[in-house]
Design a protein around this ligand. Structure first.
Ligand SMILES: Cc1cc2nc3c(=O)[nH]c(=O)nc-3n(C[C@H](O)[C@H](O)[C@H](O)COP(=O)(O)OP(=O)(O)OC[C@H]3O[C@@H](n4cnc5c(N)ncnc54)[C@H](O)[C@@H]3O)c2cc1C
Length: 391
C-alpha cells in the first residue's frame, strides 16, 4: 500500500532542508532573479551538506534514499521563498544520478562519490534539439566511433545549468534516424566531462523571463571526443534507458509543484485574512476564498498521485501512468494556486516585492517542460486507454 504517512526520517529530512533553505531570505532570491544570477551560494551549501547526492547509493558515499525521499527534498526546497528556482537549480542532479547509478559502468560510477561529497556537479541533461522538439527519436546529434572513443557533432537547445555543471548527460544518435528499424533504436547516452570539453562545445544562452536565475542554453557541439567507457548503458538503447528513469523526474517535478503550491496558498490565505476592503477581510468574499479552497484540494489530490507513483517506483513496479498523472495534476494545481494567489493579493500580486509574480511565472514552466501536458495526455490516450496513436 502506498501511503502519505510521514516516517520519522521524512520528518527529519523536511526539517533539515527547511532549516537550510530558511537561511536564504526572499531578498536573496529577488536579487538573483533581478540580476539573472544562478543561486550559487545556495547550491554550494546544498552540495556541502550532501543534499545533491541523497539518491546516490550508500556504497558510493550517498544517503541511499529512494525517490520518495528525494522528492521530499525537492518539495521542501520549492516550499520556500526560493520557489521553483531553488528546486530547479538543483533537480537535474537527482535525475542524472539515478540514470548513472542504474546504467553506468564502474568507470562512470567513479564520479558518484565526488558528486555525493559535493565536489562535482552533474546538473546538465542534453536531450532537446530544435528540429526534434518533443519527438526525441528525431534528434540528429551524431556520435561516431573512432578507435576507443566517440566523436560527437550536433546542436542542442534549451539545455539548463550547463554553465554551472561539471558533468553533462548527453543524448546522441550512434545510428542515424534514417538507418534504424525502430525509430527509438540507435540512441546512446554519454557522460560528458564538461571540464575536458574545451572548445568542442560552444554555449549560447537562450534567455527567458520565466525562470531567470537558471541558465538555459544552446550548445553547438563540434568534434567532441568522449571515451568509449563514458557510454552509459547499452549502445543504441539509450532511449529505453531514459524511459526507465524518466518517471523519477516526473515524480520530482510533481513534488516541487506541490511544495510551491502549498506555500503560495499559505501566503494568499494569510493575506486574505488581513487585507480589509469594503470594511471586511477580502477572505470573507467567496470569490476569493473558494478558488483558494479549490487550489488546496487540487494540490492534495495531486499529492496522493505523487505518493502512489513514488511508492510504485521505489518498489520497482511500473508507474508510467501514475508518474505522468502526478506531474500533470501537480503542475496544473500549482499554476492555478499561483494564479489565484496573484488575484488574492491584487496589485501586490504582480509586484516584485511580494514574490508572488515570480512564483506565478515560474510555475508556468512546468505546464510545458520537461514534458508538456499534451504529451502526457498523448501517453495516457495511447498507452492506458488504448486509443490510436496520433503520431
Ligand atoms: C526553461 C526551459 C528549460 C529547459 N531545460 C531543458 C534541459 O535542461 N534539457 C533538455 O534536454 N531540454 C530542456 N528544455 C526543453 C523542453 O523540454 C522543450 O521545450 C521540449 O523538449 C519541447 O521542445 P519544443 O520547445 O521544440 O516544443 P515542440 O515539440 O515544438 O512542441 C510545441 C508544442 O506543441 C505540442 N505538441 C507537439 N507535438 C504534439 C502532439 N503530437 N500532440 C499534441 N501536442 C503536441 C507540445 O506539447 C508543445 O506545447 C527546457 C525548456 C525550457 C523552456
Amino acid at each position: 500500500m502506498y501511503t502519505q504517512a510521514q516516517t520519522e526520517e521524512h520528518m527529519m529530512i523536511r526539517k533539515a532542508v527547511r532549516e537550510l533553505a530558511s537561511k536564504y531570505p526572499p531578498e536573496y532570491w529577488r536579487m538573483k532573479d533581478e540580476r539573472r544570477e544562478y543561486p550559487e551560494e545556495f547550491i554550494r551549501e546544498l552540495m556541502r551538506e550532501g543534499w545533491m547526492g541523497v539518491n546516490i547509493p550508500a556504497e558510493y558515499g550517498g544517503a541511499g534514499y529512494k525517490i520518495t525521499e528525494a522528492s521530499i527534498v525537492l518539495e521542501e526546497l520549492s516550499a520556500t521563498s526560493g520557489g521553483l528556482s531553488a528546486s530547479g537549480a538543483a533537480h537535474a542532479s537527482f535525475f542524472n544520478v539515478t540514470i548513472l547509478t542504474k546504467y553506468g559502468n564502474e568507470e562512470c560510477k567513479k564520479y558518484l562519490p565526488k558528486i555525493a561529497k559535493g565536489e562535482l556537479r552533474f546538473q546538465a541533461l542534453a536531450i532537446t534539439e530544435q528540429s526534434a522538439g518533443f519527438d526525441t527519436p528525431r534528434i540528429s546529434t551524431l556520435a561516431v566511433k573512432r578507435g576507443g572513443e566517440y566523436v560527437i557533432n550536433g546542436r542542442k537547445v534549451f539545455i539548463s545549468r550547463v554553465k554551472h555543471s561539471d558533468l553533462m548527460l548527453l543524448v546522441a544518435r550512434t545510428t542515424p534516424y534514417s538507418e534504424v528499424k525502430r525509430r527509438t533504436d540507435g540512441i546512446t547516452l554519454f557522460l560528458v566531462d564538461l571540464r575536458k570539453a574545451n572548445d568542442s562545445i560552444t554555449v549560447r544562452e537562450i534567455p527567458n523571463n520565466v525562470r531567470r536565475m537558471v541558465d538555459t542554453n544552446e550548445l553547438i557541439i563540434e568534434n567532441l571526443v568522449v571515451p568509449e567507457n563514458h557510454v552509459i548503458g547499452e549502445v543504441g538503447k539509450g532511449f529505453y534507458h531514459l524511459l526507465e528513469v524518466v518517471n523519477a523526474e516526473r515524480i520530482e517535478i510533481a513534488a516541487e509543484c506541490i511544495g510551491l503550491g502549498r506555500y503560495v496558498i499559505s501566503r494568499a490565505v494569510e493575506y486574505a485574512k488581513n487585507r480589509v476592503v469594503f470594511d471586511r477581510p477580502i477572505g470573507m468574499n467567496q470569490a476569493i476564498a473558494h478558488p483558494l479552497a479549490e487550489a488546496y484540494m487540487r494540490l492534495e489530490a495531486a499529492d496522493l498521485m505523487r505518493y502512489k507513483a513514488a511508492h510504485l517506483y521505489d518498489s520497482g513496479l511500473p508507474c508510467g501512468a501514475e508518474a505522468n498523472m502526478a506531474k500533470y495534476l501537480a503542475a496544473e494545481a500549482c499554476y492555478y494556486a499561483c494564479d489565484r494567489a496573484v488575484q488574492t493579493l491584487g496589485g501586490y500580486g504582480l509586484s516584485v516585492e511580494t514574490d508572488i509574480e515570480r512564483f506565478w511565472r515560474e510555475s508556468r514552466l512546468y505546464i510545458l517542460a520537461p514534458i508538456s501536458q499534451e504529451m502526457i495526455l498523448n501517453y495516457l490516450s495511447h498507452n492506458i486507454l488504448g486509443l490510436p496513436k496520433s503520431y
